[in-house]
Design a protein around this ligand. Structure first.
Ligand code: GN1
Ligand code: MG
Length: 381
């Protein structure tokens, strides 16, 4: 974190008054975030200032071009539905004084600013079925709002992001190179990943053969990327739009299963505390399907449970690869942090596999309820 630089850069965005404070803001594994407070003539406003991680996002202007297009599209759709508080339901990009949606700093870093959405909450781990249902609904609505977004206009911010076979190949290379001599310590986890290797190509193949439709999806649909309204708990605004790209809706549902079906944190050091909760799964699926079942095709419906297994495996592969290569991708704050994360994912994967039949039954029951009433968002009825 470079606080002094953050203060200098904050002043280069087009906010309507003097900035009175810039404070570090925790959250996310990728970028550095700050909250900037502006004392405008009428009201004190806050903004989220982020230093974009350029090791991961190598072309910030293209990244921001995507985000500007996507947020404008969502805002236009919400307005056409007659929704009043649009600026609380979609991120607003604050332009720089020169009109660009980012500020390049002299040290080569790139910064962006959003309006801060007040009176909301973010949870790293799910606590109640209501949270899972509200977040599921929010990601389903996002997919629905992006259904007519022109796919060709999006830059691929991280190519092959959910290409699980390539993720697996990267892991095998990391095992072979063993640059940090950590393979010994991760023997059990490596073995477990290899036992599930047959899952890896399934969704990529179904996309390539056209069985699954290509849609614009979020691609990082975890609980902490939804702002929940403080008062109502509703999933108000989906954030972290960095990898909104073409993919399958199942990537998002899979990520939701990964992040919202156990109350344990993603980095819980004691993996035995990770336990799949069918009631959280049912709530999540109910929320998601209320928005999505109207547009999902039978092959998409048929792979919802599988997607949870696949994305959980993929995340285990990614954490394990980062552990073996020296913790260069995800932010870590303790030794073995990425190994702990790998273990939570593998424990959840074991539960998802063992209870597959039960979860599929739940999906079949929920999918039957596709009444039009359940398709309209709750605030529009
Ligand atoms: C990262 O940016 P953040 O913390 O929301 C990662 C996701 C992972 C997630 C795991 C661009 O998301 O893919 O699923 O961590 N984002 C990127 O918590 O790699
Ligand atoms: Mg995030």
């Amino acid at each position: 974190m470079n606080h002094a630089l953050a203060e200098t850069v904050a002043g280069q965005f087009a906010v309507d008054g003097p900035l009175v404070a810039v404070e570090p803001f925790a959250g996310g594994h990728i970028h550095d975030s700050y909250v900037a407070t502006c004392d405008s003539p009428t009201v004190v406003r806050r903004f989220l200032l982020q230093r974009i991680n350029t090791a991961i996002f190598r072309d910030p202007p293209r990244l921001m071009d995507n985000i500007v297009r996507v947020t404008r599209h969502i805002a236009a759709r919400l307005r056409s539905q007659g929704i009043a508080d649009v600026e609380r339901r979609v991120l607003t990009v604050i332009p720089a004084a020169d009109g660009r949606p980012f500020v390049p700093a002299p040290d080569g870093s790139y910064w962006r600013m959003y309006r801060f959405i007040e009176r909301t909450r973010v949870h790293e781990a799910v606590q109640t079925p209501a949270q899972a249902e509200c977040a599921g609904r929010a990601f389903g609505d996002l997919q629905r709002l992006l259904a007519d977004f022109p796919v060709g206009e999006l830059h691929e911010t991280i190519p092959d992001f959910h290409n699980t076979p390539l993720r697996l190949a990267a892991l095998e290379r990391a095992i072979a190179a063993d640059v940090c001599s950590r393979v010994r310590e991760a023997q059990r986890e490596i073995e477990l990943v290899r036992q599930h290797r047959d899952l890896a190509p399934v969704l990529v193949n179904l996309l390539q053969t056209g069985v699954l439709p290509l849609r614009v999806v979020h691609n990082d649909a975890k609980l902490s990327n939804v702002l929940l309204d403080d008062g109502t708990g509703e999933g108000l605004c989906v954030v972290d739009l960095d990898i909104v790209m073409p993919g399958t809706a199942l990537y998002d549902f899979g990520d939701m299963v990964r992040s919202m079906t156990t109350t344990a944190a993603e980095d819980e050091p004691d993996a035995s505390k990770v336990a799949l909760s069918p009631s959280l799964f049912a709530a999540l699926a109910r929320g998601y399907l209320a928005a999505a079942s109207a547009f999902l095709t039978p092959p998409e419906h048929g792979h919802l449970v599988f997607a949870g297994q696949l994305i959980t495996l993929e995340q285990a592969i990614r954490f394990l690869t980062d552990f073996l290569t020296g913790d260069t991708y995800y932010k870590t704050s303790r030794p073995n942090h990425n190994l702990d994360r790998t273990r939570t994912q593998l424990k959840l994967l074991a539960d998802l596999t063992r209870r597959e039949a039960e979860l599929s039954r739940l999906i079949r029951l929920l999918a039957q309820d596709t009444s039009p009433r359940s398709v309209a968002p709750p605030w529009a009825t």
